[in-house]
Design a protein around this ligand. Structure first.
Ligand code: NAD
Length: 701
């Protein structure tokens, strides 16, 4: 038939089989192959047609390599039309994941069956898009308006059993044998005289929808959408499916799809999608680099981070041994792990048996001698260089040759840590984020002597435990925390200049940050920065960057854990509330420093918070700390709550225009001095040349 789609009649059933690895994406060749096969099947002796895929999954979506290219015939709607108008029953037979355009193909079929392990979904919203081939029209017709909205606005995949309950599937097969099951099901349908069931012919009665339902739904999802427009457009499409013929709804869907495809939000989200995949690649690592087998992990320190990291490994079935200073500390650490798992069980997201299995994989010891056989050791002890060096010297003495020795340090020099051992090639940074069992980001810190094999292994195991890995070279704070310095500094200085904590955080949150910088400070604990400043006696701390925060700590206001920080917190709900006492303190500190307070615009707050991220990001690129601007974006998207609809700080910079960023930095330098505001040479150069960070990425691929 074609190189990627085959057709043969088996047992009187025409079987169309797509075979286009890795995920049978809807490329031009696949579309054409399906169209030709459906056309051919009309004329042969087959009684019905089964559409299925070889390999690991049913069609898992559009072919993203065709994005942004001129359309190539046949279009997907043409293929769907041929399926829907077939004179013989067409049955989609699903295994793996039928996603996006793949599931839309299945929806154009007259019946859908799936193996029990299959999943279906319309994840377009995750790229700032909506299903553009009838998904928004067909799903509400078979699953109802509410379920359709939930499915399409979240984009989450749905398991076969639930999909069947929702009406998305007609049959869940009795076994995982897809072809046999699908052919048998096709025979059943033919024998029972099943009709050509075209979803497009179903009408949704407007009287079945409560008045005001769609407006209420729009309001409800606006909160969750954090400024993303796709969710709202999806509601409009589903609304257009009610009480109208299918073609009218399809027209609305097409129009809104085109709007989203060319929107900056979707561009940003597609950038993030590709950047995440790109970040997994280390530029100078040969493809055939060997990877070490990680069967057993040890973690030194069972505090906040050690416990969370242990859970990451236990969750994928890798046994973990925790090493602690004392039996009490160990017991505390193991207790927290059990408690965290039991919260998940209470929420109904994990079975008791599953929890016991995972808890059972985590054991403890107070002796380093017990971890000699670990394939990988991750150190998560106190953030103190001497303690770290001592721990690595001990690890060097007890660990087997070839064991990977990793540090979870946030700031310490991994080269220095490596030199505490006789095997610096095996030492690497693995910087997890808190809570480590939840946060996606893992900065993999490459020290000068870290071997290729160790890097390849860590990137692979990071992915296995569900992390998004980004490579960083060694510098103070690596990529993410180093960039955060300027952001935090400006948040603080904005207060002295006249903004309130509520105003700064509200502007950051309106920009799309998961949480504003001052609220984050309260969540993390203001005492952490306080102690860090005290520990750094080698630098003079500018009072403008910390005087309010320090005063709050000295007043006993450490943040959420003490019920007060920049805000007051409701003991029951943890809701934050502005506190006049803090506003008075800010005024007092500004007066002490001779700062005249003024009204601050939203634009100034946005630029002062986010342009320092961009500028530091440019330095990080120039110094080779990060491999690509997209890697920096991924750090911020997966570790710092940066809004995906803005694509990360570097993509955002490109959208604002680097020339404007430089101009604003120079303006701020006039009032605050060039210590804090000096365009990075790379930023200045790209701006002068009228280029973007994306241009830089292409030139340095
Ligand atoms: P923590 O104080 O909660 O835990 C440290 C644990 O290490 C304690 O239980 C302590 O008893 C144990 N410990 C200390 N010395 C030890 C030794 N020699 N042998 C065995 N155990 C020892 O600290 P944490 O917040 O989990 O931080 C650990 C590391 O992770 C630090 O380097 C920190 O910078 C880094 N980190 C922390 C965060 C965070 O948000 N907390 C985020 C990323 C990275």
């Amino acid at each position: 038939m074609s190189s990627v789609v085959s057709y043969e009649v088996i047992n009187n059933i025409g079987v169309i089989k797509v075979n286009s690895p890795p995920v049978n994406a809807l490329s031009q060749a696949v579309r054409e192959g399906i169209l030709n096969a459906v056309t051919a099947a009309q004329k042969d002796a087959s009684e019905a047609i089964v559409l299925m895929c070889d390999g690991r999954t049913f069609i898992a979506g559009a072919d993203i390599t065709e994005f942004g290219k001129p359309p190539m015939a046949p279009s997907l709607p043409d293929v769907l039309g041929a399926i829907e108008n077939s004179s013989k029953l067409v049955i989609a037979a699903i295994h793996g994941t039928a996603l996006g355009g793949g599931f839309e193909v299945a929806l154009a079929c007259h019946y859908r069956c799936a193996v029990p392990s299959a999943k279906v979904g319309l994840p377009e919203v995750k790229l700032g898009l909506l299903p553009g081939a009838g998904g928004t029209q067909r799903v509400p017709r078979i699953a109802g308006v509410k379920s359709a909205l939930e499915m399409i606005t979240t984009g989450d995949p749905i398991a076969a059993a639930k999909a069947s309950d929702m009406g998305l599937l007609d049959e869940v097969l009795g076994s995982e044998d897809l072809q046999a099951g699908a052919i048998a099901y096709a025979h059943d349908l033919v024998e029972s005289g099943a009709k050509l069931k075209r979803i497009r012919d179903i009408n949704i009665d407007p009287a079945s929808i409560e008045p005001g339902f769609f407006d209420a739904y729009r309001k409800q999802i606006a909160k969750r959408a954090r400024g993303q427009i796709a969710q709202d457009r999806i509601v409009s499409c589903v609304e257009a499916a009610v009480g109208q013929p299918m073609d009218a709804g399809l027209e609305v869907e097409r129009k809104l799809f085109m709007e989203l495809v060319s929107s900056p939000q979707s561009k940003a989200m597609r950038h993030a999608f590709f950047a995440e995949r790109e970040a997994a690649k280390i530029k100078d690592l040969p493809k055939d680099t060997a990877v070490r087998d990680i069967k057993q992990v040890a973690i030194v320190g069972s505090g906040t981070m050690g416990g969370g990291i242990a859970m990451c490994f236990a969750n994928v079935g890798i046994p973990v041994k925790l090493v602690e200073l004392s039996a009490e500390a160990l017991e505390r650490g193991l207790g927290v792990i059990r408690k965290n798992y039991s919260i998940t069980v209470q929420k109904g997201k994990m079975s008791e048996a599953d929890m016991e299995k995972r808890v059972g994989l985590i054991t403890g010891t107070t002796s380093y001698d017990d971890i000699g056989d670990a394939d990988m050791v991750i150190e998560a002890v106190f953030e103190n260089p001497d303690v770290k060096k001592e721990v690595f010297a001990k690890l060097d003495a007890v660990c087997k040759p070839g064991a990977i020795l990793a540090s979870n340090t946030s700031y310490q020099d991994v080269n220095m840590i490596a030199e505490a051992t006789k095997r610096p090639q095996d030492v690497v940074g693995m910087h997890f984020f808190s809570p480590a069992n939840v946060m996606k980001l893992l900065e993999v810190v490459r020290a000068d002597k870290t071997s290729h094999e160790v890097l390849a292994t860590v990137m692979q195991i990071g992915k296995k435990i569900g992390k998004v890995c980004v490579l960083s070279r060694v510098c103070y704070g690596f990529i993410g925390n180093r960039m955060l310095t300027g952001y935090g500094r400006q948040a603080h200085m904005l207060l002295l200049d006249g903004a309130t904590p509520t105003q700064v955080d509200a502007v950051a949150e309106k920009f799309g940050m998961a949480m504003g910088p001052l609220a984050v400070g309260d969540l993390a604990g203001l005492d952490i920065g306080y102690k860090a400043r005290q520990a750094r006696t080698d630098v003079v701390h500018d009072p403008r960057t910390h005087c309010i925060a320090s005063a709050l700590v000295e007043m006993g206001r450490m943040g959420q854990k003490t019920g007060a920080g920049y805000y007051k917190y409701d003991p029951a709900t943890r809701a934050r509330q502005a506190d006049p006492e803090v506003e008075a303190l800010i005024k007092q500190k500004a007066a002490e420093l001779g700062i005249t307070q003024r009204d601050i615009s939203e634009e100034e707050i946005v630029d002062r918070l986010f342009f320092p991220l961009i500028n530091e990001g440019a330095l990080i690129l120039e110094e080779g700390i990060a491999q690509r601007p997209g890697d920096i974006d991924i750090v911020y998207l997966s570790g710092y709550g940066f809004p995906v609809a803005k694509g990360g700080p570097m993509h955002y910079a490109d959208q604002v225009g680097l020339k404007k960023v430089v101009e604003r930095i120079n303006e701020f330098a006039k009032t605050q001095g060039s210590d804090y505001w000096k365009p990075a040479p790379l930023l200045q150069k790209l701006a002068d040349e009228g280029k973007t960070f994306a241009d830089w990425a292409k030139a340095n691929a």
